[in-house]
Write a protein that binds this ligand. Structure first.
Ligand code: ADP
Ligand code: 5GP
Length: 191
């Protein structure tokens, strides 16, 4: 299921995987069990989904405000995904790393590639679905995206899945508890 040994003291972890694979679900459980981990809150131009909160789920920005932030160097990485911009605010990541806290980024493929260049010592995990059919079931089952958004996400998912071999570790999100335990092991956390 996985191929890499956890890095000694690797404090920046990047979790990537196609939309709907279960990244958010897994991260929520991980943070409940390990409150010492700091999860980066991204900026996005996407409109909020029901229940999403400003500053907790994302910082929701206009395209203009986002682009200004990027131009000022305020984003560690950014990328366009399914028609919207997403990026990681740089300063809080650097501050938490400097303070010795484990930092987790949950971002898409292009962003992960940028972080790989700027933080080569970071640990990069790719979360895979048990099958493409199951991925589609999960995106639809989540019930938050329009049909057009679902199509764009599934199209992009094929490209992302092909990039899995680039990552330090690959993790299949079949059974959730098993995937969580495996992620904990990879991150060198006590389960
Ligand atoms: P992502 O953050 O990768 O886009 P989500 O965490 O929103 O994905 O999960 C997409 C859907 O799949 C949600 O409805 C979630 O409850 C479901 N899901 C997540 N992990 C599993 C799993 N291991 N088995 C079955 N369903 C899952
Ligand atoms: P969603 O719209 O489902 O919340 O997120 C869509 C995709 O954007 C997901 O794959 C998610 O990991 C990714 N994403 C979220 N925040 C960031 C970010 O800051 N940077 C990048 N590159 N991708 C992000």
């Amino acid at each position: 299921m996985t191929s890499a040994t956890p890095p000694a003291g690797g404090r920046l972890t990047v979790l990537t995987g196609p939309s709907g694979v279960g990244k958010g679900t897994l991260v929520k459980l991980l943070l409940e069990r390990h409150p010492e981990i700091w999860l980066s809150v991204s900026a996005t131009t996407r409109t909020p989904r029901q229940g999403e909160e400003e500053g907790r789920s994302y910082f929701f920005l206009s395209r203009q405000a986002f682009e200004q932030r990027a131009a000022e160097g305020g984003l560690l990485e950014w990328a366009e995904f399914a028609g919207n911009l997403y990026g990681t605010p740089r300063q809080p990541v650097e501050e938490h790393l400097a303070g010795g806290r484990p930092v987790l980024l949950e971002i898409e493929l292009e962003g992960a590639r940028q972080v790989r260049r700027s933080f080569p010592a970071g640990f990069q995990v790719f979360l895979e679905p048990p099958s493409f059919e199951e991925l589609e079931r999960r995106i639809r089952g989540r019930g938050t995206d329009s049909e057009e958004a679902i199509s764009r996400r599934l199209e992009r998912a094929r490209v992302e899945l092909d990039a899995a071999p680039e990552f330090d570790a690959r993790l299949v999100n079949g059974d959730l508890e098993t995937a969580l335990a495996e992620l904990e092991r990879l991150m060198g956390l006590n389960g």
